[in-house]
Design a binder for this molecule. Structure first.
Ligand code: SF4
Ligand code: SF4
Length: 356
């Protein structure tokens, strides 16, 4: 059930925007996906047509992208985040997000980036959400916890009952280092040990530690439940590390992963693979039905993927910001595109793992 290490899989790469790469533009990414000729059986298929349209239900998750700055440059990063990115949420937008917690009453505030911990008001947002009884997720890249100024962060997160969702592509160092940079695996294990030391990964509801795995190439995520069993055994036996849940995600054909696909002439084949492995059972669990994603500039999106492709939530052609009273409406149509097939392929894929 493990993902075989891929010798020719994507490698950690400097940000597209820093290199001035053509696919740094969201418009260029969308155009590339739209140009692809799908297999004959799906030649005129659209995502909306195959799922019967996607509409919003009741809001559950307010996902806040605090910015694009990150200490890493992972190959699969759909944010095109990295150390050269400077975009960060400003104080006015932070204030709107806090107000939105009261207005929208989400069950979960999901803090992401970039590395969300790098935002100077990260801890303040955690406190604001927790004081309202809202569950908080920190989408943590693990290596950030080894940066000296964040050494006390695991204890602080534990004391505030923050759920940690941490990226770890694979339990083999070769595979993880290839995707995320040399030394990442060793650093990640050290960070996981520190989290275990403060009570994470032992089954406590207020110290949940989830790991996120993604494939090392142009194939789908493995079976989540079966893989979790293997991962738990290997990480405990080999490294003495415990975690609570494994989330298996498909790679989305966006940003750096899309550049890698395109560079090897593999975009059409990957999209065809996603479409051919369409799973109608995964469509019901699409995260865009109950999630509102906020960009660093306050613009809102159905999900983090639409955010990176610059497909904002609109009402009568007007882009809705987080401070707009009508930012969430049940029954609103979700903007979809060909990238969405990544969410319904195989067992389905979302920020919470498999959906099917
Ligand atoms: S740690 Fe996350 S945000 Fe940072 S480069 Fe990697 S995938 Fe992107
Ligand atoms: S990419 Fe976003 S909008 Fe498209 S199906 Fe997935 S969650 Fe929904």
């Amino acid at each position: 059930m493990s993902v075989a290490p891929s010798e020719d899989g994507p490698r950690a790469a400097v940000e597209l925007s820093f290199r001035g790469a053509p696919l740094a533009s969201a418009e260029a990414q969308r155009a590339l996906l739209d140009r692809v000729v799908l297999p004959p059986a799906f030649a005129s298929a659209t995502f909306d047509g195959m799922v019967g349209g996607v509409t919003t239900g009741r809001l559950r998750v307010l996902q806040v992208n605090l910015g694009k700055t990150c200490n890493m440059t992972c190959a699969h990063c759909h944010v095109d985040a990295g150390p050269h990115r400077r975009e960060q949420m400003d104080d006015a937008t932070i204030a709107h997000v806090i107000t939105a917690m009261d207005r929208l009453r989400p069950a979960v505030v999901d803090l992401t980036g970039g590395a969300p911990e790098l935002h100077p008001r990260f801890q303040e947002l955690v406190v604001e959400a927790r004081s309202r009884g809202i569950e908080v997720i920190d989408r943590c890249n693990l290596t950030i916890l080894l940066v000296p100024r964040f050494r006390a962060l695991p204890t602080w997160l534990a004391e505030h009952g923050v759920t940690i969702v941490a990226s770890l592509p694979h339990y083999r160092s070769r595979n993880t280092d290839a995707q995320r940079g040399d030394g990442t695996f060793t650093a990640s294990i050290e960070a996981l040990r520190r989290l275990n030391d403060v009570g994470y990964g032992a089954g406590r509801p207020d110290r949940q530690l989830h790991l996120m795995t993604n494939p090392a190439g142009a194939f789908l995520a493995p079976d989540q439940a079966a893989t979790e069993v293997v991962w738990k055994r290997v990480l405990l036996d080999t490294y003495g590390v415990r975690f609570d849940r494994l989330l298996a995600l498909n790679n989305m054909p966006i940003a750096r992963f899309l550049e890698w696909l395109d560079g090897r002439g593999g975009t059409a084949a990957y999209l065809a693979h996603l479409v051919e492995r369409f799973n109608p059972g995964a469509a019901g669990g699409l995260m865009c039905r109950d999630t509102l994603s906020v960009g660093y500039d306050g613009a809102t999106y159905a999900c983090d993927f639409n955010q990176m492709l610059e497909l904002p939530v609109e009402d009568d052609g007007r882009t809705l910001n987080i401070d707009d009273p009508s930012v969430w409406a049940e029954g609103r149509s979700v903007r979809t595109g060909r990238h969405c097939f990544g969410c319904t392929a195989g067992a389905g894929s979302s920020c919470a793992g498999a959906t099917g």
